[in-house]
Design a binder for this molecule. Sequence first.
Ligand code: FAD
Length: 499
Amino acid sequence: MTDHPFANITFQQFLDNFKASMKRAYHRDEKIDVFCSTRGIPAPVLTELMSTNPLALTIPRAYGGFGGNVKQNTAFISAASYESLALSLTLGINNALFLQPFTKYGQDAAKPHVYKRFLNNQSMGGLMITEPGFGSDALNMQTSVTEKEGKFHLQGKKHWQGLTGMAEFWLLTGRRKTETGSLMRDVEMFMCDVNAPNQQIKVDEYYENLGLYQIPYGLNHLDVQLPEQNRLIPQTTGVKMLLDLLHRSRFQFPAMGLGFIQRMLDEAITHAQARLVGNKNLFEYDQVQNRLARLQANFTICSAFCVKSGEVADIENDLFPLGLEANIIKTVTTDMMQESSQSLLQLVGGKGYRLNHIAGRSTVDSRPFQIFEGSNDILYHQIADAFLKLMKNAKETKLYNYLKTYTPSIFERLRDLTSFELDFQLAQRKLVDFGQVVSRIYSMQLVAEMADKGFRNDLTENALDVLRQEIATLINNFRLENKTLVVPDYGAKSYWFDL
Ligand SMILES: Cc1cc2nc3c(=O)[nH]c(=O)nc-3n(C[C@H](O)[C@H](O)[C@H](O)COP(=O)(O)OP(=O)(O)OC[C@H]3O[C@@H](n4cnc5c(N)ncnc54)[C@H](O)[C@@H]3O)c2cc1C
């Protein structure tokens, strides 16, 4: 197959070509400011970014793509997020939310046309799950699917889809309507090509998203008729297919996290070394060192997550059963992204509080990662539930004892902190606290495993120390009683001026 477009290109060359295109797009023209406050991507920048065909990466080789695996996708998206978080999310949406699930569950008859459009016309794809009334409660979505004369008719409203009005291909989710008009429990997925007859998706409204200006969001009106070949075929149920998709995507969050956090770290170090405050470099202040060390620990932890994703998240694997690990990696990555940008903003001071400064821009751009693809509050709750179930099955009530098997590389470091009996009847706020504890403990395990593989030791030891401190604080919080409830009607006797 010498005429294959990627026959003579190694992954490293493909990545280097893409990095060079980002340099040209983002650094060549002084007038093009990627952190500027205009929306969308200027046409010349988009043309430059697409010039090396980055979306070919995860398209199967048999269809003319590069055929990259999850490890390569992680390295690729991470390189993008060092330059632009919005660009890396754009690639993430295309690869993890459209191409990977379409490749795994799409029908062969539908594939050649779609891949060709991606490869030759720079077409893009996205995923529609969220509806105005059903976000966190997505499985109760109201988009209906009715089958008539070999066509599937989807009707409903979807909102907040990344690449709204820009992507030409979508994976749509809905529930089959029964003859009585009610909706079945299982979710079905279909590929929609907005250029095909009866498949146009009308955008009712574009949103003024707070950040990520380069990505359009909005409210979509679905009333499309799709042929049988556009249906995605689950291996068991549609819900399991959707969770396999979502877990794989969550496993790839560290790809967006790593480059972003590394950029925050590099910017923070450069700034702290250059800025003089009181005749001293910021870099020399102890609290500044504390912030920089935490930022660097975030870089190390996120690297450990990337190693794990590369090992387990390829599309051949069924990730439905790996919800606990996927949710831990998603929540901790996104919390670290937000913490890192907040820390950079603190260090830069007033100058950073501008939309067109990387610190201010990154703070708003990284915030929604804690909300989309599973709100972190809910995911921490689910992490705690799943972990407590494992402990119950093992008939273990003492956290430390269970860690001996769950996190064998690091449990000894946590002996004093975790030698207590767990109460399995926890209020939701305590489950969220406990989910945060479990997440940081598992993060320590992954950092230790990465150290064993040869990652530099000073960084992993620092990261383990930082995580241990965080776990101490979180456990303290978890074990403190807290039952406060909001007072809804608090108007009377609560105005200080009357006292
Ligand atoms: C920038 C951005 C990009 C997005 N991209 C996409 C996309 O590409 N495709 C797509 O389909 N959707 C996308 N979304 C939508 C996103 O997935 C939803 O916003 C998210 O699932 C939350 O749903 P919601 O907004 O309806 O909030 P709600 O479901 O109303 O939840 C709001 C908050 O309520 C709290 N809450 C909710 N339920 C519980 C509970 N059981 N226990 C405790 N607290 C709870 C949590 O704090 C939660 O954050 C995106 C959103 C944003 C902001």
